[in-house]
Ligand binder design. Structure first.
Ligand code: NAP
Length: 473
């Protein structure tokens, strides 16, 4: 190839790369849009995956790639780890798995940044790097490093390896502030003197420490919000990496990730009636002891046969699923019971709380898997006004999201968190294994109310027994 032919080829390939990046970005946006509705969420995932494939193809065409061996090795290794995680990690462990993924993604961003810095330093070019690029590099490394350790602590808390209740000590806020200010000061110093390597590595160390300090004082009940925030940080770190590497698709995808994570955090806070600052600095869980005042009395047990009679002769039944539905994998069993009731002319609805289960959309995903018609799913705000006209409400392994203390007891740790007001139904049947508490560790006065009866046992077994008993009526 002569010189002009080579440069035409390179121009052509760079157009091709930009085109794949453009298509990838469009696919990411369409994917996100589709993911915002349960009906189209699966399609959204495929669109986003196709976008990622386009971005990978485009990047692999880059003329600056000197050797493909490491890339292929990484692709193979990553695919194997991803496939094993998909096979082995149960649905109920999805939050900690997601937290681990954030940690890996953020570590990748931080390592790319550190590698870029050390390459530029070793070539003696770091001092000549434009300020903007140094800033993006510092930003990427700071956010990447703190997100890595923060996400690891979040995963540990969700898995129970790290203490789930807030870890607090005297003067914590002052220490955190010092670490934060130290980190930002190092960042500003590096911006002015990029070649100061000791300061650079001190900044990395402080960011690693800050990630830990940020998450340990937060209770595990608030981990979903924390993870969503960390996801947002990881996205912004990726966007900064895009600026450092001059990669448009990273800038776009990182920004989309950053802001969708932020929006999700805000929506989740709204669903729990908390502010983000309260989640981050409120020490949720520290007031648990005070919150027990409202609960007490005896719980009344009901047999599957008696419960089945109530259900079979009801006009309207509302199922309210929670985390127990997921652990019991009872989504098909509830559908089967619902079918039996509908055959008898009972109107069946499902009340879905936005933070039921352990991840946003958890219940929607499970019920979609069992082909529960989407029209039968009602969001909290839609189902609450219907509660007073509901004959029987069946609570399936839900606890915190139906805890009336959130509404009635201002001292409760979950005071103000919107709940599905199942206690307004004519009759409530709670399916759970025993006296276990919810995620927040709080007792639930619902279980002691006159309208409530308890059907003990694994949710799947209880629902199957109920379906059988309804069939026998
Ligand atoms: P929950 O408060 O955790 O209560 C789940 C209940 O299910 C427990 O009381 C447990 O009682 C019962 N259970 C467990 N396994 C069962 C089984 N196999 N069969 C029957 N029952 C079973 O659940 P929730 O009401 O869904 O509330 C979700 C909580 O998680 C909220 O506090 C929320 O803030 C938090 N959270 C939400 C997310 C999210 O994004 N959705 C993420 C993380 C945390 P027994 O032990 O007696 O059976």
């Amino acid at each position: 190839m002569d010189h002009s032919a080579t440069s035409t080829f390179l121009n052509g390939s760079s157009y091709f790369i930009e085109l794949t990046y453009l298509i990838a970005s469009i696919l990411f946006i369409l994917g996100l849009k589709a993911m915002s509705h349960p009906d189209t969420a699966r399609k959204g995932m495929f669109l986003a995956e196709a976008g990622m494939l386009m971005a990978v193809i485009g990047t692999l065409m880059n003329k600056e790639i000197v050797s493909y061996e490491w890339i292929i090795g990484g692709l193979v290794l990553g695919s194997i780890v991803g496939a094993l995680m998909a096979i082995w990690v149960p649905m109920t462990a999805m939050p900690e798995r997601t937290a681990l993924s954030h940690a890996f993604g953020a570590a990748a961003a931080a390592l790319v940044g550190i590698a870029e810095y050390s390459i530029q330093s070793s070539m003696g070019l770091i001092a000549e790097l434009p300020r903007f690029k140094v800033g993006a590099l510092g930003f990427e490394i700071m956010l990447g490093a703190l997100t890595t350790t923060g996400s690891l602590i979040a995963a540990g808390k969700l898995k129970g390896i790290v203490k789930g209740t807030p870890i607090q000590f005297k003067g914590q806020n002052a220490v955190n502030m010092l670490v934060f200010l130290g980190m930002v000061s190092c960042f500003i110093y590096i911006l002015l003197n990029p070649a100061a390597q000791p300061v650079f590595y001190t900044m990395v160390g402080l960011a690693v420490l800050f990630g830990v300090m940020l998450v340990i004082p937060i209770g595990s009940a608030d981990m979903p919000v924390v993870m969503s925030l960390l996801n947002s940080y990881a996205g912004l770190a990726a966007a900064a990496t895009g600026f450092v590497l001059g990669n448009n698709v990273l800038i776009i995808a990182g920004t989309l990730d950053g802001f969708s994570g932020l929006i999700l955090s805000i929506l989740m806070c709204k669903a729990m009636n908390r502010s983000i600052t309260n989640v981050l600095f409120g020490g949720f869980g520290a007031v648990v002891a005070e919150a027990q005042a409202g609960a007490g009395g005896t719980m009344r047990e009901i047999s599957p046969e008696d419960a089945a009679v109530q259900l079979a002769y009801a006009k309207k039944v509302v199922f309210v699923p929670g985390y127990g539905l997921a652990t019991a994998q009872a989504q098909h069993a509830v559908r089967e019971l619902a079918n039996k009731l509908e055959e008898r002319g009972v109107e069946v609805k499902y009340g879905i709380h936005p933070v039921a289960g352990r991840m946003p959309g958890h219940m929607n995903v499970l019920l979609a898997e069992a082909n529960v018609p989407y029209e039968e799913l009602y969001e909290m705000d839609q189902i609450n006004p219907e509660m007073s006209t509901t004959d029987v409400c069946v609570v399936i392994g839900a606890n915190d999201v139906v805890n009336p203390d959130a509404r009635d007891n201002p001292k409760s740790a979950i005071a103000g968190m919107p709940i599905i007001e199942v206690d307004r139904a004519h009759s409530v049947i709670v399916l759970k294994r025993g006296q276990g508490r919810g995620f927040s560790g709080l007792e639930n006065p619902l279980f002691f109310k006159n309208v409530t009866t308890m059907l003990y046992g694994d949710a799947k077994a209880s629902l199957t027994n109920l379906a059988q008993a309804v069939q026998n009526i």
